[in-house]
Design a protein around this ligand. Structure first.
Ligand code: EPZ
Length: 417
């Protein structure tokens, strides 16, 4: 298994280009099952989760015609296998995104229940409840969700918890259903808005996306998808924090400043300089980092996917900061590792109390989940001395060549096999 070796303490300087948004491309790939033909998706980040989703689509009968230079051409005309196997789904929870499209396309689906993961149990009860309300007969057997539906029917459905992939799944089920579907307390993430916009481009009739209430008029068929994925807002936030934590001066190109407003605000509160232009953000870190409180919320609130990275910054802030994680029940896996580097953090349920320290010291570290690993990388580039991070496959799920991008900014970082 690969490891990443980091000699910390170098301020990061220069420019870095963001890659496409992983969490935008996964639902789009699942949505290709709603079409019969050649789908073309550009701006695709080369990360493990994308490779996993492509493998899953091929198992369902889709044909990958090409995948190079961030462009995927995948033909779904012969995608007629309704079964998503355990060995794939268990490695990526987002595989559950094929449930809605399979029921819409084939009237049947057999998708392994996603295992829990490090950050929490992450059930898909709301996905199932919504699909059952649309007329699917769903049973859970041998760890598989088994669904059957002649034709899904439009419904009015209320999400009692905002769910990003839950909203995406029900949108995809509803676009080919009979009649009108209204989704209430829907997710407003840019990745959901993008999915709805692209589906509208190929014949769907969706409105209200980006607000709490999304309305979908079912239609009979969709044309193949052609689209370009927008830049990853979580990668953007991660590099913004990298500039602040190393007191560097970094210009982030190919990004969407509007998608990272909550992060910009928090960094400005922490006294970093953040300059916004059309598709660039320049972040200059300061010698003194002010402590800032943060509470995670669904979009447009402060993103849970940035919580761990922001906590790394707060470990070096002046004074005490409080971070509350409201979305997942166990998303503090990075805390123990940060404390091994000398951070002063105490946990009380969903609340972390961070007392800033003068410096962190490098240490051997273990990655546990995607964003916790990013947090450890940020802490390590800012720490004094060497860190060796193992289980970096977690980080490869969602970041394209993070060590290459950081070393281009001057970080002393390398990957060892
Ligand atoms: C998406 O996960 C993202 N993944 C996650 O990013 C992100 O952290 C999360 O949204 C929140 O923003 C993808 O888009 C592929 P949820 P998702 O359904 O959709 C509970 C990363 O780092 N819930 O919005 O799985 C759930 O347990 C990943 O890229 C139910 O109880 O998250 C959680 O506490 C990590 N029942 C909360 O809702 C359900 O049926 C939000 O989950 C569904 C969700």
């Amino acid at each position: 298994m690969d490891k990443i070796v980091i000699e910390g303490g170098t301020p990061l300087n220069g420019t870095v280009k963001m890659s496409g948004a992983k969490n935008a491309v996964l639902p789009i790939l699942a949505a290709t099952l709603l079409t019969q033909g050649r789908n073309i998706i550009k701006g695709v980040p080369k990360v493990r989760d994308v490779a996993t989703m492509i493998k899953l689509l091929e198992d369902l009968g889709a044909k990958l015609e090409s995948y190079s230079n961030e462009k995927i051409v995948i033909d779904t005309s012969k995608a007629d296998n309704p079964e998503a196997p355990y060995d794939l789904v268990s490695t990526m929870r987002a595989s559950c995104l094929v449930l809605g499209p399979l029921l819409a396309r084939l009237g049947k689906a057999r998708v392994s229940l996603p295992g829990g993961c490090a950050i929490g149990e992450r059930p898909i009860d709301l996905h199932i409840k919504g699909l059952e309300a649309m007329g699917a007969k769903i049973t859970l057997e041998q760890g598989y969700v088994q669904g059957k539906a002649d034709r899904l029917k439009g419904i009015q459905f209320y999400f009692d918890t905002v769910s990003v992939t839950g909203t995406a799944n029900l949108i995809m089920a509803a676009v080919l259903a009979e009649g009108e579907t209204i989704l209430e307390n829907a997710a407003k993430e840019p990745e959901v808005v993008f999915l709805a916009d692209i589906l509208n481009q190929v014949g769907a009739k969706i409105s209200g996306h980006g607000t709490d209430i999304i309305t979908i008029q079912g239609t009979s068929s969709l044309k193949p998808i052609e689209c370009t994925i927008f830049p990853d807002r979580i990668e953007t936030g991660t590099f913004m924090i990298a500039a602040a934590i190393t007191k560097g001066d970094v210009t982030i190109e190919n990004c969407n400043p509007q998608h990272v407003e909550p992060i910009t605000l928090k960094l400005q509160e922490a006294q970093a300089d953040v300059e916004i232009s059309k598709n660039k953000i320049r972040v200059k870190g300061k010698d003194i980092i002010d402590s800032v409180n943060a509470k995670t919320h669904p979009y447009p609130g402060f993103p849970t996917d940035i919580q761990a990275q922001f906590m790394a910054l707060m470990t070096l802030a002046q004074g005490q900061s409080i971070i509350v994680e409201t979305v997942f029940e166990n998303r503090f896996m990075h805390v123990a590792e940060l404390k091994r580097m000398g951070a002063d953090i105490s946990l009380d349920g969903h609340t972390a109390i961070i007392k800033g320290v003068k410096s962190l010291s490098g240490a051997p570290l273990m990655a546990t989940d995607l964003r916790a690993s990013a947090s450890l990388v940020l802490a390590a580039v800012a720490a004094k001395g060497q860190s060796i991070i193992s289980r970096v496959y977690h980080i490869d799920r969602g970041y394209v060549g993070i060590e290459k991008k950081l070393s281009k900014l001057g970080a002393q970082i390398r990957r060892i096999k």
